[in-house]
Design a protein. Structure first.
Length: 379
């Protein structure tokens, strides 16, 4: 019982200690409150009431500008002592001396710490060299003339803004080599994109029957080969920016591909092959041979056509023009469209694949052949 009483007394003492282990807060004390006013920032406030382990803080003149917090909350802190005039003058002089390097600091800010806004990098070799030269000069300034420089204590330091954070400037400058390398990598990632892969994934997710492009199928079901081919294609592009290709560069699209694969595994067994209504033995034999050549090892299980007769399409080819007319040659072509049901190696389901065959003066030609498929259960 005595032990419990002692623990309760000790706990009560802890609750009364106040901010950061300092003396208890009292009504009327001036503190700083981390207000979500113009983005999170520290503002001057007054302790309006103290109730056990809680304090009421007023941070403005409006009725709703008051908040109740635990006395130990990290959203309140003792107001820092006002800087001396000599300190302010030193900080202001540092800002003037370091100003020529400030834009380079801004460009590296986000690479140094993603809490800070940065950017504006164009990525030219001359620019990267200037950034390193500026930061080297800033590092020398910090070490020789302003050792121990602090963030500006007479201004409000806004979240995300590296301005006035002079201690951070100096630390960034000291770490300039590793920071510049990280910034180069991030810049390269913005230039070397996986736009086609992302577009293909979006198409598959958005399609009513989740029609999956061939490239996406390879990403889903033959990933090692996809990674090998994409790495061979993209690694030289990263080398153009003097950085290594990041090991996690494919992480985002591979995660989406995994999600799509799970979706296909749920939905494909619920879909059946929809047999097109028409047949044309010559066209089907032609298209089966083309699929066999394009999709190695594929089994063409069924085929059919959407059109019973050849559909006429009128095409125009530009010949030339004069001051009055443009002249075109009118060409007539005929098309038939259809589908095949095929089973390809290393795919867990069959898929319906669309094709279009054209007929002209030289016989039948392939207009489109597969490129994507709708996964269905095999018959």
């Amino acid at each position: 019982m005595k032990l419990n009483i002692l623990l309760s007394i000790a706990l009560g003492l802890v609750l009364c200690i106040g901010v950061a282990g300092q003396a208890p807060l009292r009504v009327g004390d001036t503190v700083e409150y981390r207000c979500n006013c113009f983005g999170q920032e520290w503002v001057t406030a007054k302790v309006a009431a103290v109730n056990g382990g809680s304090v009421r803080v007023r941070y403005g003149n409006m009725r709703n500008q008051v908040v109740d917090l635990p006395a130990t909350s990290d959203l309140i802190r003792r107001q820092a002592a006002a800087p001396s005039q000599a300190e302010i003058q030193r900080l202001n002089q540092f800002e003037r001396d370091a100003d020529p390097y400030f834009q380079s600091v801004v460009k590296m800010a986000n690479a140094y710490d993603d809490r800070y806004l940065g950017g504006g990098i164009q990525g030219t070799p001359a620019e990267w060299q200037k950034i390193l030269d500026d930061l080297a000069a800033l590092d020398n300034l910090c070490r020789t003339r302003y050792p121990g420089i602090t963030d500006h204590t007479a201004v409000t330091l806004r979240d995300g803004d590296i301005r006035y954070r002079f201690a951070t400037w100096c630390d960034l400058a000291a770490k300039r080599v590793e920071v510049e390398k990280k910034a180069r990598t991030e810049f390269a990632k913005g230039q070397v994109t996986l736009t086609t892969t992302k577009d293909n994934l979006n198409f598959a997710f958005d399609h009513q029957k989740n029609r999956v492009p061939d490239e996406t199928q390879q990403l889903m079901y033959d990933r090692a080969k996809w990674e090998q081919e994409m790495t061979a294609k993209l690694k030289p592009r990263f080398a153009q920016y003097n950085v290594e290709m990041p090991a996690d560069f494919f992480r985002e699209v591979e995660k989406r591909a995994d999600d799509l694969k799970a979706l296909i595994e749920r939905t494909a067994p619920t879909r059946a092959w929809e047999q097109p209504p028409f047949h044309d033995a010559a066209v089907e034999a032609f298209i089966r041979a083309k699929y066999a050549a394009e999709y190695k090892g594929a089994q063409i299980l069924k085929a059919g056509l959407d059109y019973n007769t050849w559909v006429e399409r009128k095409g125009l080819s530009y010949l030339g023009s004069d001051s009055t007319f443009r002249y075109y040659k009118v060409e007539y072509n005929y098309y038939k469209r259809g589908w095949v049901l095929m089973k390809t190696p290393n795919r867990p389901f069959c898929q319906a694949s669309e094709w279009i065959v054209g007929k002209g003066g030289k016989g039948m030609v392939v207009v489109t052949l597969g490129g994507s498929g709708i996964f269905v259960r095999c018959p």
